[in-house]
Write a new protein. Sequence first.
Length: 372
Amino acid sequence: MPDVKHFESIDDIDRDAWDALVPSSCFYQSHAWLRGQERPEFATAGYLAVEDEGELLAGTPFYDFPSENAPPLPDVAEGSTVLRFGTRTGYHNEFLLPKDPGRAGEGLDALVAGAAERAALLGCDALLFDFLTTDSLRLLAGRFDVRAQLRAAEAVVHNDGGTFESYRRLLGRHVRKREYEIRRFVDSGLRVETASLSACVDEFAPLVGQTMDRYNASLVPAEIHTFLTVQARCLDDLGTVFRCLDEKGELVGASLCFAWRDTFYARVAGFDYARVRNAFEYFNAVYYEPLHHMERNGMTALHLGPSALKAKVHRGASLHPLWAAVVPLPATTTAGLRRDAVADQSLADEVRAEAGGGMGDEEWDLSRVTPL
């Protein structure tokens, strides 16, 4: 029988064994990323590891938030005291399980049982798996009673050809506008160079602050510097900063991406808005230069997250649904999926109206979201 163990730090779990369960779509559940999210001032982190004869079969992080720091609950979890499972940040969660379906089911059963035990010890009456992919939702609902709601859409550029030319073909009717953005940047005299995050935290952090202020997502400067410093310590070998420079080599803006398997994750960007030249600096630093970098390094997907969907779709992104899933305690092994189909469809229609495309008919046919 599988054994479920609880750890207080991801450092207590072998990095190679954990990351062997983490596919390219799950950078925000990788060992290094989770290490950088162990910030006790925000939440107490914990980890469940399912082991079978010494082999890691499944795993998940979880977070116990103090009330003053707890993120807002999705509607489907209102009225419950939940323990949150999955990454604390990143807005993308999947179950870390073996590829073999039989062993995956065994691992998920043990993982949910361990999660329920841990949640009960903390006085919770439900498990919350937030920003869960459709496949993981269906897998969970195929084994447990689940309440779910459509939560968001995430944007990913799937450049299967792996070259900038294949990306251009992906743009379709938008290609001329994107080529104009690239020419405008080149003609401006600005250029992009790459650097490690550790080499430029001090100059990058204030620009991130400017951009966050511009979009009403302000953090105090010291906190921005702290989270970038922590990421540099934990993830420097995976990160690339695209530095937008003027003719004197002075920084006008920058973006930070992390490489994981064949996927590049655009994480954060910042610009000095008093010095930009209306030359589409943002899109060159966040999209086009990273795509060139991806071609040189054999990566085929650019993960762009859940915001500004229209701009992302117009630059070649596809949209994928993400869900909030609640398992009431005690967890019952009667498979079932309960959700408000009208509310879910309404949100999907809002996404479609905002983005203007990028939504595959089959994936966004919510009537097909049924338990496996």
